[in-house]
Design a protein around this ligand. Sequence first.
Ligand code: SAM
Ligand code: SF4
Ligand code: F3S
Length: 422
Amino acid sequence: MLSKKYFIKTFGCQMNISDSERIAGILEKNKFKPTSEITKADLVVFNTCGIRQMAEDRAYGQIHNLRKNNPKIKIVLTGCLANREDVRKKLKNKVDIFCEIKNIETIIETLGFSVCHYLDIVPKYSLAHSVLVPIMTGCNNFCSYCVVPYARGREISRPATKIITEIKNLIKNGCKEITLLGQNVNSYNYKKIVFPELLQKIEKIPGNFWIRFISSHPKDFSSELIETIAKSKKICEQIHLPIQSGSNKILATMNRKYTAEHYLDLIKKIRIAFKKYKTDIPCSITSDIIVGFPGETKKDFLKTATLMKKAQYDLVYFGQFSPRPGTVAYKMKDNVSKGEKSQRENTLNEILKKTALSNNQKYLGKTLEVLIDSKKNGLYFGRTRSGKNVKIISTRKNLIGQFAKVKIIKANIWNLEGKTIK
Ligand code: SAM
Ligand code: SF4
Ligand code: F3S
């Protein structure tokens, strides 16, 4: 009998990428085989994102004509749009099963498979040397603009023993980089094991590997966490700490529960601690900023610009405010025009380019360990511990998935260039 073919289309963040690895894991355990052509699949799973309207529209675009071309196809919609009533109504003739990711067992049951908790499914990892490991899902913070607490429900932390077992197996199989995932990793708490303690346990797993984590909420970034990271040999010098806005007025309407001053103080503490315990390469700090939140005046926007200059970011993910049904901010007047939002985003991007280049120039002449991800046209591509992309000249063979010592010879805005040294 021919095995059935599946295709998974993933939208959104790393959490969704990791969830899709679990969906692939359970499908392959049940004899499904992947296909790279959506039209050849018997089962298509859309793992959706609802963070902004654009992410939503992309999914609709792809679902739209699918059944027309292949009437027997089974279509599953999971991820962050799965329990939105309006989405279910809109796609009721185009999708067979709607299912929240935490109830993925329902899909599995419907398809006649055995049932287990979705985080217990053995994933089909996309890469062997760099793996995403969820430590918690959901969110309790209810930032006024954000759909995640509605889409993913309340915070649930995964048992530490399960996380450790998964990581031990990965390291045994040659994995070099573990990225711990959660909407707010700093509020990890499983039977009184909190995040710094979890990090310390992971650090003790034998082997040469790097640890990263995303995302961190500034209100929960404790001094204990800073000290744990700074003293660690395996935790990388890269912190993603989303600020969202530099205006305290906007931060309050966003329900972020911290001020710009608290945030800048945290960055100062992180940089001081890293200087004390780690290398002379500064820690890389990255962020998310929402441009044009309802009520953001020119003065509020300029506060964000000032904060960006002070924070000296390495990278920022800008997102123009997009009203999300069901959130508090959906009812607020979206009073910054599209044109103004784009202009503000451009201005902030210019500030970022300056700080990113100046941070990158500090790497010139230094020799760093780089994890090699890929090779193209005779050049290797990898990342430093601080998360910088590096383009590498090397005559060495078989470096993909390995650490290599690289001397940095050029610093650009968005990447570094270097060559391997023995
Ligand atoms: N939990 C993380 C935190 O609190 O920083 C953020 C996770 S969220 C999936 C990723 C980013 O999407 C947010 O940091 C925010 O900048 C952006 N975002 C969320 N809702 C948005 C909206 N309605 N409009 C524009 N950007 C949004
Ligand atoms: Fe969304 Fe806020 Fe939760 Fe982050 S902390 S996922 S922005 S509600
Ligand atoms: Fe991620 Fe989008 Fe959901 S950013 S958590 S997939 S809404």
